[in-house]
Ligand binder design. Structure first.
Ligand SMILES: [Zn+2]
Length: 249
C-alpha cells in the first residue's frame, strides 16, 4: 500500500512521527507522501522525509491560505530533485470567499505551469470546486494529476479518469456515500489510496493515521468485488507509475 497524501507535519503528530511511520510500515504501507501546506510547513515536510526512507515530500500551498505562495514556488524549483509532486494545490470554494476565487484560480494556474515545466505530478485539493478545478486542468492539458479526496460529481471524475487523472480515496469513505459512488464509477486503474491524516479518519472525531489506507483498500475491494490483495497491488502500481516512485525499501 502507498499513502499518496497525508500531513506528517501536522501539529497532531508533533513528537510522534516515529511511531506513526513505524505503525504504517508494520501495517504494510510501503511509501508515504507527505504534503507541505505553505512555506514553513514545506520545509518541515522536507526535513521529515529526509529522516525516513519510506516518506517522500510533496510541496504546495492550501488554496484557502495562499500567503507566501511565491516562496513555495521558488522552493519547489530549488528542491525539484527531491520532491515527488507539487501539492497540495488547487481551489477551495468552501472556505474561500467569492473575492478570493480569482486569486485562487490565478495561483492554481501558476502551479500548473510550474508542474508542467518541471514535469512533476500534481496533488489537487478541490473542495466544493471539483468541476472548476477539472476545467482548468483540462484547458491547460495537464496529464499527471491526482485529485485528492474529490468531493465533486462522479460523472466529472469519470471524464477526468478517461484523460488519465487519478483519484485518491481517503478512509472517510467509511462514512461517505459520495466517495462510494466515486469508487463504483471509476475503474480501479484510476484509484489510489490516501489517508489525508490527521483528518478524514473512518470514524468522525478520531485522529487519522497513514496506516488507515487499509480501510480505503477494504472499501474499494468490497464495492468493486475485487480481492483485497489485488486492490492493494493495483493501487500500489498506479501510485508508483504516476509519481514515478522507486521504493527504497
Ligand atoms: Zn491534505
Amino acid at each position: 500500500m502507498i499513502d499518496v497524501h497525508c500531513h506528517l507535519t501536522a501539529r497532531e503528530f508533533a513528537g510522534r512521527v516515529d511511531s506513526v511511520v513505524r505503525e504504517a510500515s508494520e501495517a504494510g504501507v510501503k511509501a508515504i507522501i507527505t504534503s507541505g501546506l505553505g512555506y514553513s510547513d514545506c520545509l518541515k515536510a522536507l526535513e521529515i522525509s529526509s529522516r525516513y526512507e519510506v516518506v517522500y515530500p510533496a510541496l504546495g500551498v492550501p488554496p484557502y491560505d495562499l500567503s507566501g505562495y511565491e516562496r513555495v514556488m521558488e522552493l519547489i524549483e530549488k528542491e525539484r530533485g527531491r520532491i515527488v509532486a507539487i501539492g497540495e494545490v488547487g481551489l477551495d470554494f468552501w472556505r474561500g470567499g467569492r473575492e478570493d476565487r480569482d486569486l485562487q484560480r490565478k495561483v492554481f494556474e501558476g502551479f500548473i505551469d510550474l508542474a508542467k515545466s518541471l514535469d512533476l505530478p500534481m496533488v489537487v485539493h478541490s473542495r466544493s470546486a471539483g468541476k472548476y478545478a477539472l476545467e482548468i486542468l483540462f484547458s491547460k492539458r495537464v496529464e499527471r494529476v491526482v485529485m485528492h479526496a474529490f468531493d465533486g460529481k462522479a460523472a466529472y471524475a469519470a471524464k477526468a479518469a478517461e484523460r488519465g487523472f487519478m483519484f485518491s480515496i481517503p478512509p472517510s469513505i467509511a462514512r461517505s456515500p459520495q466517495k462510494r459512488k466515486l469508487v463504483r464509477r471509476l475503474p480501479v486503474d484510476s484509484l489510489l489510496l490516501e489517508s489525508d491524516a490527521p483528518v478524514l479518519s473512518p470514524t468522525p472525531g478520531e485522529l487519522n493515521h497513514p496506516k488507515n489506507v487499509r480501510v480505503s483498500a477494504e472499501w474499494i475491494s468490497r464495492l468493486k468485488h475485487i480481492p483485497l490483495e489485488k486492490v492493494i497491488g493495483r493501487t500500489t502500481e498506479n501510485a508508483l507509475r504516476i509519481f514515478n516512485l522507486r521504493l527504497k525499501v
